[in-house]
Design a protein. Sequence first.
Length: 88
Amino acid sequence: MPVVKKRRKPDSLGITTVRIGKKGVTTALIQEILKNLKKKRTVKVAILKTGLGDLTTKEIAERVAEETRSRILQIRGHTFTLRKLKGS
């Protein structure tokens, strides 16, 4: 009988999740995302409702991607995924 390998779910691939809270995007948060991008190359960022303020998820994702020199892979609801650019 052949061995069937199960596909891993994205969360089980070692993608780190960082949460943006009521303080919003701070320098400490950017440093945390940079540290995780360096380790894993991919980071999932979840924005709590209190962290949105007057901004949209897309606006926050673009700002974080610009400050961390990464690219946005996906935006879903209040969550987005970043990937480290090659050579960064």
